[in-house]
Design a protein around this ligand. Structure first.
Ligand code: SF4
Length: 173
């Protein structure tokens, strides 16, 4: 077993004091750096940093970042949910570590859409009909999979098709 124990730290967002969600750090008793490239393969992280090693992934509707000695998870309902997800991660970490001889480690994240490629298909009128203040913000959201062509009512039909095709080439899970 690689990861045996951790301590949970739960806190509210200082940036969004009115928001009810909590964030969590799990401070790890063991260093899990070596398992991160294997977890990147098994869990499909979308960002991987080599030095110092850090893996960011989206799973169970949460954004989580794993460092050697710390796991950070955002936008949790409460401490119970944090505990459940950290326990799930602990099992995944230990399973990947035990099976590492049979897993091909991955040292890079998934390719992401390029912001400028999205932006050049948008009308760039900043009309706000999508609920975002500018087309640039819309493009940044679309890069992360939060928005798609269907969310911009101002798109021309050809550009709607191009944007749909472009974004369909990426895996946002
Ligand atoms: S609806 Fe389309 S054109 Fe209007 S701000 Fe949003 S992305 Fe830009």
């Amino acid at each position: 077993m690689l990861l045996e124990n951790y301590t949970l730290e739960i806190f509210n967002s200082k940036c969004q004091p009115g928001v009810m969600a909590v964030h969590c750090f799990a401070h790890l008793d063991q260093d899990i750096s070596q398992v991160l490239p294997y977890l990147n393969t098994t869990l499909g992280g979308f960002e991987y940093l080599v030095d110092p090693p850090a893996l960011t992934l989206r799973s169970q509707g949460k954004l989580m970042t794993l460092h050697g000695r710390k796991i950070a998870i955002n936008a949790l309902k409460d401490e119970q949910e944090a505990q459940k997800i950290v326990e799930w991660l602990k099992n995944e970490i230990n399973e990947a570590w035990e099976c590492r001889d049979r897993i091909v480690p991955c040292f890079h994240g998934k390719p992401k859409p390029i912001l400028i490629e999205i932006l050049k298909l948008l009308p760039k009128t900043n009309c706000r009909k999508c609920g975002q203040p500018t087309c640039m913000v819309f493009a940044a959201q679309a890069m992360e999979g939060g928005y798609g062509a269907e969310n911009c009512p101002e798109l021309t039909d050809p550009n709607r098709e191009k944007l749909t095709t472009y974004l369909s080439g990426f895996d946002f899970d």
